[in-house]
Design a protein around this ligand. Sequence first.
Ligand code: SF4
Ligand code: SF4
Ligand code: SF4
Length: 495
Amino acid sequence: MPELRINGLPSSVDVGATVQDAAELVFVEIPTLCHLKGMEPEASCMLCVVKDIATGELIPACSAKAIDGMEIDTECDEVQAARRDILNLLLSEHVGDCEAPCTRICPAHLDIPLMLREIERGNMNSAEWIAKRDLALPATLSHICPAPCEKGCRRSQVDQAITIRELHRFEGSVPYSSNYEITGLTPLSSAPSVVGGKVAVIGSGAAGLSSAWKLWQLGYGCTVFDEAPKAGGTLRDHPDLPMEVLDSEVESLRLAGIEFRLGSSISMHEVTEVFDGVVFAGEEFSGTHFADAFYAEEHKLAVKAVANGKAAAVALDRFLKGAAPASEVRFDSKVGKLRESEVQELVKNCAADEQTGKSAPHVGQAFLPAQSEAGRCLHCDCRKPVGCKLRKYAEKHGADQREFPADERKHVQLIGHNESVVFEPGKCIKCGLCVKITKRAGGALGLAFVGRGFNTQVAVPFGAALQEGLQDAARECVEACPTGALAFRNAEERN
Ligand code: SF4
Ligand code: SF4
Ligand code: SF4
């Protein structure tokens, strides 16, 4: 029985076991994209490199046999640098957007494509909740935001941008609904319990209201202070904003459980004594400094103020929980501007919906104009933004997609858009797992590598439809695929 050390930890495995097996036994995680338990290792991605200290060589843990006396380092700088280079190379030819361009551009980071798909499906409560969750004041913003998201909307390459700003004009109270089955969003049957303590927000402009709302979502009891008699700050001076819209949104926050203390002077003594944390939101507070206070800058662009308010709330939350400040943003693979033919590929996402009638959940009901409008969305976001291992490891290893620019970018392509599974070759890292899984499943066709060199691609032999190649192995292939290359068409992964 070979006995070896993984990062100094003793591990003993059966003869024939791999370094990866030995690491698992002592709970050391080694990243891999191409290896699946129970499958013969290929070491095609090489992300699992580790250092054999005796020889000084980097070896693939998934296929290297464990040898008696081996000393393995899975974390040293050399290993980390090699993994980063491997990821950068994979990303250099990766054609996919983790996030949609519209979401990226929206300062408050509204999950626009998800909201649009929920509108299209007729899940209005769910769509309303997404808008409320991300924007705090979706109806107010729908009147005054200059809609930078629409300027970046890819649909304008086909005809006109989606009217995103109009579509988040939800003027109801906070939607408490149980209709979240598609998105897997957490339903709010009542206000979240106050688990985080009590926090104060000083200032009730867009930044202050957004801070309070985010803190409420994070489970804090929240009180908003303002010397003005009505909440809203400079939003009240906006000529294009009907005041009843703002009033009703403030009221919805109050009904959700946020307390408002308006129209009287603010006792800083009380604030610091009674509350566990405080966010100062407003111009007048810049330059003021209280120990352990957080600042949310108001901004002439209300959506920017909303973003600032959210950021301050998240920073306060992390501070109160003793967590390190959130520094890193999520890794986001970007395709950039699409070629004309590529936009037409994305249009398949809309055409498929029309053909299958997916957007008519209530049989016999006429489509609302909002549903038809939302149905024009191209689904620019990836279908596997959470489960994608490439994204996960790119984030963990600080990968940079621009490190090794490709001479020629592959084309955005969608295959199987009318079926339950969609295949996007531009996101495939050619790990071969789906090929092996379909072979093991024993279907007549399966999947195979076709073509040569740069043009090698996974495909169904003889040009048959994707479903014919996947047969009963569709779910297994989607789950094993380490990226968003193979995904269920209607998947809604979010965390
Ligand atoms: S496959 Fe992964 S890295 Fe690529 S766009 Fe999707 S989530 Fe991002
Ligand atoms: S088409 Fe949809 S997902 Fe793409 S940028 Fe426009 S709104 Fe966003
Ligand atoms: S499509 Fe197949 S070969 Fe490509 S990344 Fe997914 S599982 Fe691997």
